[in-house]
Every structure is written in C-alpha cells, then in structure tokens.
Design a binder for this molecule. Structure first.
Ligand SMILES: *Cc1c(COP(=O)(O)O)cnc(C)c1O
Length: 362
C-alpha cells in the first residue's frame, strides 16, 4: 500500500469537546483549518467541525476559504493573512478578512467602495508583541479616523500570542493580554463598535483563561496536540500516517545503503525499504539515524539519506516481512515525538505531509 493518512473524525470530536470544556460556554470557538487543516483534509475537517458546533473557521489565505465555501460550509470564515489581490474572493465568497496594516485596510475600503459600498464584516488585527502582523498602538488615532464612516463592520478585534505554550515567558504573555485589552477598551469607547474580541490560540486556551475574551482560535489542539505533556494525554491525534515495507535487504559489513552511500554498514544488518519519502513530507533531516518509523511496536531508525519516494530503516532486531505496515505516527506514537527527535515540532511535521499521500476519512 502507498503511504496513507487516516483521519479519525471521532478523535476530532473528542478534542473539540475537550477544548470547549476549557472555555466558558459563552466564549465562541474558531477552528483553524488553514494549510489543509494542518496537513489533513480541510474540507472534511471543516464540514465536521461545522456539524459539531464550531462557531467560526479560520484560514490563512482566501483561496482556502473559497474551497470551503464551494464545499458548502456556511459558518463565518476569517481569513488571517489576506492580500489585496484576494479581496474580490473575500467579498464574493463571504470571507471576513483580517486587516492588519494601513496598506491592506485602505485597499479594502477602496475595494468595498468600488464594489457596491455595502458594509462588509472585517477583523482588525492588533500587534501586541509578536511583531508579525497587526496595527501598532501608535496607529490608534489613524484607526479611529479611518474606520469611522468607512464601509466596514468591525466584527472582530484580535491579536495573536507569541509564546503561550512557554510558561517561562508568562510575564510577556500577560503583557500581551493587557496591551490587547487596553487597546480594545479605548477603541470601543472612541468608536462605539462592538466587536468579537479574540486573542488565544490552543496554548492560550489551556494556559491563559484571562486571554479567552469572546472567542478563541484553536488549531493544533483540534488535531490532537497540546504543546505540553500535561495536556497531550487529554487529546487524541486525529491522523495516523502509515506506509508499507516493500522490500527487505541484508546489507553486509562494509556495504553501503542509499544515495551517496549515506550509510555504511559496520556489521551485517537487515534493512526495510518503505513507501514514503521526502516528497511525502519526511524530509532529509529525518535521515542518518535521527528519525524512525514504528514496525511491530519497535523503533526502526532511518538509515542514510531519505529518498524522494522511499526510505530505508534498520530492522535488524525487528521481526517483519515484506508487505507489512510501518507506522510514521498515530495515536500511540504521536507526531510530536518524531518531530522532536529531529529538533522540530508537530506543526511542521503534520503540515508537511505531501499531496500524494492518500487521505482516508474514518
Ligand atoms: C495558526 C494560528 C492559530 C492557531 O494556532 P494553534 O497554536 O495551532 O492553536 C491561531 N491564530 C492565528 C492568528 C494563527 O495564525
């Protein structure tokens, strides 16, 4: 069998309810389904989340939202990082843009005025310290002036936490929350708007109840990762990635394995060639003994260089046959552990799973 990503919707439901249990019932939940729902299947995930009661969806770019609308998603969709050339798609498909700079705000107002001058819902983004996207506190007077009498409905005011998973940075996070809160209060008082306030990502939900405001935005938690061992056991990774052993070799002392002779046998070993490679998201960094697959409940370390379509693992001490399954990650062998073995995080491993990997919805 080719590499397959099996997606368990019942795990998604479990994670959704666990995260819900961490917020006040009045607080809305925006489910982040950007990047193919973190490498899984955006449409299947979004439709399921809508069915189980998510209030909002979030995508990074407008085209991702268009795909969801075409699949029949009805709930509001926030586009976190729109570009002016996407504004037509936003208005046409009813996607609420995040306006994060003077440039995009002015382009959007112009777009609406040129169109039909019908008020359109948007979310204004405030930079509380991540320094990635958002208006600065110094833009306050500009914002008051620009949004007053504009064809915009300020449906949301939001900000993003930089280090909510890192309790060594707790003071910094508290400062971000306070800055956001005071910005909101001032802007609401000055303009009379009544926006949905939102700042927390998954780790904000889990670690900072004071940052929940009116809505939270959760991505990684829905997919089963809590960014912390103390939360991981309450969440279930929704996806299992499996591949197949296509051939077994005996490699003798002094022989080499793979491209550029990346591995040289110091003793006679048994190796398995598996149907997944760097084109499928197992990058070369996983090679040279750093990464591993699970075969018959044992770690089989990746030897030498990861190829485009396959890789080779050490199965000297593992009882296995050609045609049997190799697990990359699943509920019991979570992606974050494999990712951490090569110095990265779950987010990078799961969002990198290539389009050739078959998605199987369960
Ligand atoms: C991706 C993203 C999220 C989701 O973050 P998680 O850590 O996956 O919960 C929330 N808000 C913004 C602005 C994002 O870009």
């Amino acid at each position: 069998m080719n590499a397959t990503l099996t997606i368990h919707l019942s795990h998604l439901t479990h994670n959704y309810h666990y995260l819900r249990s961490k917020i006040d019932p009045k607080v809305k939940m925006l489910a982040v389904v950007k990047a193919l729902a973190y490498g899984s299947d955006a449409t299947a995930i979004a439709l399921h989340l809508e069915e189980i009661g998510a209030d909002y969806l979030g995508v990074a770019y407008a085209a991702e939202g268009v795909q969801l609308r075409k699949a029949g998603v009805k709930i509001p969709i926030l586009v976190l990082h729109p570009q002016p050339e996407n504004f037509e798609l936003c208005t046409q498909f009813n996607l609420e843009p995040s306006l994060y700079s003077k440039r995009v705000l002015e382009y959007f107002i112009e777009h609406i005025r040129n169109k039909k001058n019908v008020d359109f819902p948007v979310h204004l983004k405030f930079n509380s310290g991540l320094n990635r996207l958002g208006f600065h506190i110094n833009d306050f007077d500009y914002l008051v002036k620009t949004i007053t009498n504009s064809p915009l409905i300020i449906k949301g005011l939001f900000s993003h936490l930089a280090a909510s998973e890192d309790l060594n940075e707790k003071d910094f996070t508290i400062q971000q929350i306070e800055k956001f809160d005071s910005f909101n209060q001032k802007l609401i008082e000055k303009t009379g708007i009544s926006p949905i306030l939102h700042q927390s990502n998954t780790s904000g939900i889990l670690n900072f109840p004071e940052a929940h405001f009116d809505m939270v935005r959760t991505g990684i938690g829905l997919y089963g990762f809590g960014n912390d061992a103390k939360y991981d056991h309450n969440l279930k990774p929704i996806a299992s990635l499996t591949a197949t052993i296509s051939q077994i070799h005996v490699v003798k002392t002094g022989e080499s394995l793979g491209y550029n002779r990346g591995y040289k046998a110091q003793s006679t070993i048994k190796t398995a060639t598996v149907t997944i490679g760097h084109a499928d998201g197992i990058d070369r960094i996983y090679g040279h003994g750093k990464g591993y697959l699970i075969i018959n409940d044992k770690k089989a370390y990746i030897l030498g260089i990861v190829c485009m379509d396959m890789l080779m693992v050490d199965v000297t001490d593992i009882d296995c046959q050609e045609g049997e399954e190799a697990i990359v990650f699943n509920e019991n062998y979570p992606a974050h552990e494999l990712a951490e073995a090569v110095g990265t995080i779950s987010y990078e491993l799961i969002t990198g799973i290539g389009p050739r990997v078959k998605r199987l919805i369960k």
